[in-house]
Design a protein around this ligand. Structure first.
Ligand code: URA
Length: 435
């Protein structure tokens, strides 16, 4: 068997057998297949797609390329959550503590942001001292003691995915449904939660711009979960305007803390309570979504969810001053600039895609996996879609170390549309699919 033959077979649209897929995954992960051949293989998959059988097997090989965690000792009351990523998406930071504070184990494997979608690991690492690289031992200890861990994909969890994803990123082969599904699922399956709630973001600030694409991904995720004996619920949620009121790593941590103190933007609260409720139902902690949502809300009101966030920050080496003192002691951006309304009216639209791109330019995101991000960079919005604003009123504030802040803020104005009529607000939950 050789990689050239496998590439040619896939290029001509044939279904690969298990041995060929294994040959590619093992060979590339071990360094025996060079990047140029792997790129060519991925491009052939990108154009020709993969069948269900191929996708299942690719997922299995990638999952088995590293350590497999056994969470059997925690029983059914254990649930993971995954978001496909969006602008201002800090839901994991809110629902992880809520659900864990109700006695459910939450082994959250989180990613770093790429492009304009932020990653939970980047956000948490803006907390001084916070460490998301947990060994297997620390991961298990955290789950036992706190009930919640936020862990990055270390080199030991699905290393094949880590390597393949980095190559996909630079070869224009990210947007293929089989590659996306196997990438997401390989790490989720390797870390072993019996149930997973997926938040598939849909809109201009997400990977999946259209409902049809998001729906297809949702079905694939459910199918793979079923195949591997895991329970799954997928919510497709709106990502057309940034979620909540902040975009940028440390700003989003502060907003999550505020949300758990009971001061949340309605859209962030809505999605966080719904995702939490789905996690509570999937894990069997609550019997239905109404009871689960009430339970989740109670954990915010009685301070238990905030306390749980404090516990996990401490366990992972972070400074909990973020909870009591906000930004004190954190790196501050060198330049701050306000964006003001050019006329009086209603905020008609805030383009999450454009905001995400500009937040990246401010330093809040990365274009390549190895780029460094600036934790203090980002944006605060003082109004959301549907709010009335007066001419000259501050609608957003930008934070950055970059000197071209004025030019970036000039372009930011184009992302916010003001008109006379009050717009209809979108439903945040667009669809639900369960296994
Ligand atoms: N997230 C992943 O983990 N992998 C992909 O391919 C896309 C999003």
């Amino acid at each position: 068997m050789n990689i050239r033959q496998i590439i040619i077979r896939k290029r001509s649209g044939q279904e690969l057998d298990n041995k060929e897929i294994e040959f590619f995954v093992r060979g590339f992960t071990a360094g025996g297949i060079p990047d140029y051949a792997a790129s060519s293989f991925l491009m052939a998959v990108y154009f020709r797609g993969m069948t269900e059988k191929e996708t299942f097997f690719l997922t299995r090989c990638m999952m088995n390329s590293g350590e497999i965690y056994d969470l059997g000792r925690f029983g059914r009351r254990c649930v993971d959550k995954h978001s496909t990523g969006g602008v201002g998406d800090k839901v994991s930071l809110v629902c992880g503590p809520i659900v864990a504070s109700l006695g459910v184990k939450v082994p959250m494997i989180c990613g770093r942001g790429l492009g304009y979608t932020g990653g939970t690991v980047d956000k948490l690492e803006s907390i001084p001292g916070f460490c998301a690289r947990l060994t297997h031992r620390r991961f298990m200890k955290g789950l036992e003691k706190i009930g919640l861990v936020f862990s990055s994909q270390t080199g030991r969890i699905a290393p094949a995915d880590k390597k393949i994803y980095a190559l996909r990123d630079v070869t224009g082969t990210v947007e293929n449904i089989s590659l996306i599904t196997s990438s997401i699922m390989s790490k989720k399956l390797a870390t072993g939660a019996p149930g997973i709630v997926f938040d598939v973001k849909c809109g201009r600030g997400a990977f999946m711009k259209k409902k049809k694409e998001a729906g297809d991904l949702a079905l694939w995720l459910v199918k793979v979960c079923r195949k591997f004996g895991r329970k799954a619920t997928v919510l497709i949620t709106d990502m057309d305007q940034p979620l909540g009121t902040t975009v940028g790593n440390s700003l989003e941590v502060i907003e999550s803390v505020e949300c758990l103190k009971g001061h949340a933007a309605p859209d962030l609260l809505d999605v966080s309570l719904r995702v939490s409720a789905e996690m509570l139902v999937l894990s069997g902690a609550c019997r239905d979504l109404v009871a689960a949502r009430q339970a989740a809300r109670r954990q915010i009101e009685n301070g238990e969810a905030l306390r749980k966030l404090g516990e996990v920050i401490t366990f992972q080496g972070g400074d909990t001053a973020v909870i009591s003192e906000g930004f004190r002691g954190w790196k501050k951006a060198r330049h701050i600039s306000d964006i003001r309304a050019e006329k009086t009216g209603f905020i008609q639209d805030i383009d999450a895609g454009l905001i995400g791109q500009l937040a990246c330019e401010l330093g809040a995101g990365r274009n390549r996996l190895e780029d460094r991000i600036d934790p203090s960079a980002g944006l605060i919005f003082f109004c959301k879609k549907g709010n009335r604003v007066q001419k000259g009123e501050t609608i957003a504030r930008a934070f950055t170390d970059r000197r071209d802040i004025a030019e970036i803020c000039g372009r930011l104005k184009r992302a916010v549309l003001i008109a006379e009529k009050r717009p209809v607000l979108p439903a945040m939950i667009l669809k639900r699919i369960t296994s």
